[in-house]
Design a protein around this ligand. Structure first.
Ligand SMILES: *[C@@H]1O[C@H](CO)[C@@H](O)[C@H](O)[C@H]1NC(C)=O
Ligand SMILES: *[C@@H]1O[C@H](CO)[C@@H](O)[C@H](O)[C@H]1NC(C)=O
Length: 489
């Protein structure tokens, strides 16, 4: 007995002299989480990991944490952690068996972890696979409680410096209390959006204004609750003392949602009478889309055998009224696509023609069989909180943006003094990852050459960036506040 006591004392002294275990900080609330140096000393990604973990475990009414997966099976990339460097407390003995597990290796967990942890929609949260969660499992082999419960949770990270091998850095290891886990669970992405986002921000004493809430909804979509958590933890401390934004006052007035009559911008889009013809031709579908280089691609589908047998071709026209072919190709299968050398423009139309021989060897189009829709720009989108909207459009294969400003919004140049429109390769890019040089201040947009209607002033900017599927334009009010975004399909 005496010897055992001595041994324990000896071990304790030894442990204390190697690593001062007591220095591991405990985080008990979201307010305390704000004090962690995320983005510099600690990867922001560990917040995503923690959010996911908190929403993956079960917490019962007695404050017992239950696992919903077996960490011994490697689910989510979990595995046993020996604590050999003594970063954490030595395992207690007695009643039940304890073990530490680590989780969050993006490579090992890639088949189970959700997409927002593996590939965060916003690049600044992308992980470099250094951050981990460690949890301590207690195995109950007796009594009523059969199974495995978790009694401690930590966030930690591997040393940046590879000389330290794969050790965890005790300086940036934090214990997460059950209270904090519960708070984070309030931001579950499964809960519905809308009002609850406002309530959630109020519950946590956030000063977020409507403008930023809208911006979060626009940029995080279904993950808006997570976006709000990240905003509260990472950014709110910097904005807290700011005066309310001028636009916030506007927000208290009812908005006038821009709803143009259908024909208001139709000079871009020709009449649709040929739609009926398409219907009569029933199954054949023709479409013009963009390639990755801004060139038009013709797609066709459902071309019946008897047409193929008599040799047919897809032909590209400038628009529904055009008579002169810009590109043609004989097709041999019922569905497929062809990359053309024609720069994409609105109006382009694909038609299916029978063929004939000219001078015995040229195959040229003869009678038309049917035609597809004209290529159209995406619909314009409302710039939240303003009588204005943003449209992404294509001009000679390049991505361009158009601002529609209600004529009554006379001071738009002042309101949008610091606003800009940026172009992005795809919707997953962070706001500051706009394409190099592919952006413009809103007040520097040029008046469009053709006034479109009596209600709006229209301004345009032509970027040098090739249009491609997924190319996105965003209207950024200032800093990183996205107020509208629209993508090329
Ligand atoms: C433009 O703004 C005015 C004043 O806010 C509003 O009455 C009008 O309906 C708006 N026009 C359109 C087309 O939305
Ligand atoms: C068209 O271009 C795309 C992208 O460059 C390519 O993947 C595809 O194979 C091309 N299609 C044809 C029929 O050449």
């Amino acid at each position: 007995m005496k010897m055992q006591g001595g041994l324990v004392l000896f071990c304790t002294v030894l442990v204390l002299s190697i690593v001062p275990v007591c220095t591991i900080k405990k985080l008990n609330s979201i307010n305390e989480l704000k004090k962690v140096d995320f983005g510099r000393a600690v990867p922001k990604h560990s917040l995503l990991l923690l959010h996911w973990f908190a929403n993956t475990i079960d917490i019962d009414n007695n404050d017992v944490i239950w696992l919903t997966f077996d960490p011994n099976l490697g689910t989510y990339g979990s595995h046993h952690y020996g604590n050999y460097e003594r970063v954490l407390n030595p395992l207690p003995r007695g009643n039940g068996r304890y073990r530490y597990y680590t989780i969050g290796n993006l490579f090992q967990g890639r088949s189970d972890l959700p997409n927002y942890v593996l590939h965060p929609p916003n690049a600044e949260y992308r992980g470099r696979n250094r951050d981990r969660i460690i949890f301590r499992v207690r195995e109950h082999n007796t009594g009523r409680q059969n199974g495995e419960t978790v009694d401690e949770v930590y966030i930690t990270q591997h040393y940046e410096n590879s000389n330290e091998g794969t050790r965890y850095d005790p300086a940036y290891t934090y214990q997460i209390t059950i209270n904090l886990l519960r708070q984070i669970r309030a931001f579950s992405v499964e809960d519905n959006q809308g009002n609850s986002l406002v309530e959630l921000s109020e519950d946590f004493g956030s000063n977020i204004n409507n403008l930023r809430l809208n911006s979060l909804k626009i940029s995080w979509g279904e993950l808006a609750c997570l976006g709000l958590l990240l905003y509260i933890v990472l950014e709110e401390k910097y904005y807290k003392n700011n005066k309310p934004w001028p636009a916030e006052k506007r927000n208290t007035q009812p908005h006038c949602v821009i709803n143009l009559p259908d024909n208001s911008e139709n000079h871009h889009d020709a009449p649709h009478s040929w739609r009926e013809r398409l219907v009569h031709q029933n199954s054949i579908q023709l479409e013009v889309t963009t390639g990755t280089n801004g060139k038009a691609v013709i797609h066709w589908k459902g071309v019946p055998k008897h047409h193929l047998n008599e040799r047919v071709m897809v032909v590209l026209y400038k628009d529904n009224n055009a008579q002169e072919a810009m590109f043609s190709k004989v097709i041999a299968s019922g569905s497929g696509h062809v990359n053309t050398s024609v720069c994409l423009n609105v109006g382009l139309q694909a038609r299916l023609h029978k063929t004939k021989k000219k001078y015995c060897f040229w195959t040229v189009p003869s009678d038309e069989i049917c035609r597809g829709d004209e290529c159209r720009n995406p619909e314009k989108v409302w710039i939240h909180g303003y009588d204005a909207s943003l449209q992404l459009f294509v001009k000679d294969g390049k991505a361009c943006a158009r601002l529609f400003v209600n004529k009554s919004f006379r001071n738009w140049m002042t309101e949008f003094k610091k606003s800009w429109v940026g172009f992005y390769d795809n919707p997953n890019k962070a706001t500051r990852e706009y394409k190099w040089w592919q952006w413009q201040w809103a007040p520097k947009f040029k008046p469009a050459s053709t006034p479109l209607n009596d209600y709006y002033d229209v301004y345009e900017y032509h970027s040098g960036m090739s249009i491609a599927p997924g190319v996105q334009a965003r209207f950024i009010l200032r800093n990183d506040i996205v107020m509208a975004q629209t993508s090329w399909r």
